[in-house]
Design a protein around this ligand. Structure first.
Ligand code: FAD
Ligand code: SF4
Length: 510
């Protein structure tokens, strides 16, 4: 099929409304299931399944509009396994002399595609439309001096008139209702049993098995629960708005046995693949509040919009400003290997068993489970940041480096030395017990910090502040923690350190 132009579409660029589809008469669209990218680290099988299935659907939808598509499946004999190789095959087949691509959200791939484009006499790079800010906008705002999330978030709200009154004030009178987002939840959430999708992906799963790529977990291939196309993403968003958004604010940080989602949206996968745009979701949330402020209170809508217009945009900015150094950052000098429990979920710690089993089996955990349990334990334990980072990159269906890496290395492991967040996020049983029902089902003593039955989170929490007291003692946000650690009587400090060393040496038996 002769063509003048090849256009590459990556697996997280599945947006049929991208403006480049308006003038594309002679383009051939190339989609590649990349073996090289997926062989680099083990991943939860639903992550790969979701990406491949969504790409295949997108290619079919694109074909149905009359566009020409060259699709390379994972095990196709003529799929060289990487983007450049597959593009070269398509280039030979079509004789195309022009290469076009949408800017990738991945640092290494961005550089690779720039280099690849240089092999064409004519090439064009297109910007993406699935963030609220442009890449240039991020760089300009961040400038040489790091800005905090809150100031970036306010700037984005002002620029887009998002949740703003006509006279330029934040709706509700305050910018941030974070303090009203911290109630624990007890019992069964008042939600329909499930509004998840149930796709039959057994064929795609068979391809994954045949490929021999390193995957783990329950595929749920006959009832795959994540939205795979635009219509599914719209259904999932509507169900979230109807049922869970009203409670999102109050219980945003809560964790409860028996409900993976609680009141979270599980829309990250659809957002990250380009099936949903962040602005349309924010506007839909804003509209609910305008129509019915009692049912959709300001702490719920602002809390949700902050996740998207604040955190999601901000971590993307951190990624581009701090790469490539971020990938190797290890400001705290942590060097422990990742304990096996991160793969097996086998531990006496009820909170970790719940969070890790759920993650490894299903590929989903909500933010507080990721930050305060999976991430918090690794931080307190002293795991080498790059090991826990690869675990996070493989385990969640929504994991993409631009969003996962800053969240893991900077936010949860403080490996960037505080460039992104001013304090490490670390909680002991006090915090975990107040935000969840996990401690009541745990054989460890949530009140103790030393002794064979002491909650390991407690021991490791105090050990962390003792080990890193010099670094954090003058920190205005968290200095009280190392100061309190240093006030512990010396004999007890020694016992905490000894118990922490024991836990590290016997990680498989915790
Ligand atoms: P909700 O709680 O319903 O939030 C709504 C949306 O806000 C999410 O879908 C997401 O798009 C956005 N959001 C919320 N918090 C963040 C955040 N901190 N950073 C960026 N976006 C945010 N998110 C990913 O999309 N991919 C990842 O690989 C990823 N890795 C993470 C690793 C760690 C260590 C931590 C602490 C967080 C990570 N997050 C990641 C952010 C967040 O935990 C997930 O976006 C969220 O749990 C997805 O579930 P949800 O859609 O139900 O979120
Ligand atoms: Fe987790 Fe400690 Fe509570 Fe057990 S007691 S659930 S280990 S915080």
């Amino acid at each position: 099929m002769p063509a003048t132009t090849l256009r590459l579409i990556l697996g997280d660029q599945l947006d049929l409304r991208h403006p480049w589809f308006e003038g594309d008469a002679d383009a051939v669209y190339v989609l590649v299931e990349s073996r090289a990218m997926n062989a680099a680290f083990p991943q939860q099988v639903r992550r790969l399944l979701g990406f491949l299935a969504a790409m295949r659907r997108f290619a079919a939808d694109l074909g149905a509009t009359g566009r020409r598509v060259r699709y390379f499946k994972l095990n196709d004999a003529d799929n060289p396994g990487d983007f450049e190789g597959a593009l070269d095959v398509a280039r030979r087949e079509t004789g195309a002399g022009v290469f076009e691509w949408q800017e990738p959200d991945d640092w290494a791939l961005d550089a690779r595609l720039d280099a690849y484009a240089a092999t064409y006499a004519d090439s064009r790079r297109h910007s993406r439309h699935h963030f609220l800010d442009t890449k240039d906008g991020v760089a300009k705002f961040f400038g040489p001096r790091r800005r905090l999330m809150e100031s970036y978030y306010r700037d984005i709200r002002k620029r887009h008139g998002l949740l703003m009154t006509p006279d330029g004030k934040p709706v509700g009178g305050a910018w941030n209702y974070d303090a009203e987002n911290r109630r624990p939840w007890r019992g069964t959430p008042p939600l329909p049993a499930s509004w998840d999708e149930a796709h039959d992906l057994r064929e795609v799963h068979a391809d994954i098995v045949a490929s021999g790529l390193p995957v783990y977990g329950d595929a749920a291939a006959d009832r795959f629960p994540w939205p795979l196309d635009r219509a599914g993403a719209e259904r999932a968003a509507k169900a979230f708005l109807d049922h869970a958004l009203p409670h999102f604010g109050d219980f945003e940080d809560a964790m409860v046995t028996g409900s993976d989602r609680l009141f979270h949206s599980r829309l990250s996968f659809a957002l990250n693949l380009g099936l949903l745009r962040p602005m349309e979701l924010c506007r839909a949330v804003e509209a609910r509040h305008r129509r019915d402020p009692e049912r959709f209170p300001i702490n719920a809508v602002e809390g949700f919009i902050r996740q998207i217009a604040g955190w999601r945009e901000y971590v993307r900015g951190v990624y581009w400003v701090d790469m490539p150094g971020l990938a190797e950052a290890n400001a705290l000098g942590h060097s422990e290997p990742l304990p096996a429990l991160y793969w097996t979920g086998k531990t006496r710690m009820n909170c970790m068993a719940r969070a890790i089993c759920q993650s490894v089996e299903t590929g989903y955990a909500h933010h507080i489970q990721r930050l305060m349990l999976a991430g918090g334990f690794a931080l307190a334990f002293g795991v080498r940041p790059q090991e826990i980072e690869r675990w996070f990159l493989g385990v969640y269906v929504d994991a993409l480096e631009w969003v996962e890496m800053p969240n893991t290395l900077a936010m949860s492991q403080h490996a960037d030395g505080g460039r992104m967040t001013t304090k490490p996020y670390l909680g002991a049983a006090n915090y975990i017990g107040s935000m969840s029902d996990y401690c009541s089902g745990c054989s460890y003593d949530r009140k103790a910090r030393i002794g064979a039955d002491a909650c390991p989170f407690n021991t490791l929490y105090w050990d962390f502040w003792l080990r890193h007291s010099a670094r954090f003692i003058d920190n205005p946000r968290i200095g009280m923690a190392p100061r309190a650690a240093l006030k512990i009587p010396p004999a007890e400090q020694a016992a905490i350190r000894a118990r922490a060393d024991f836990l590290r040496a016997n990680a498989d038996a915790i």
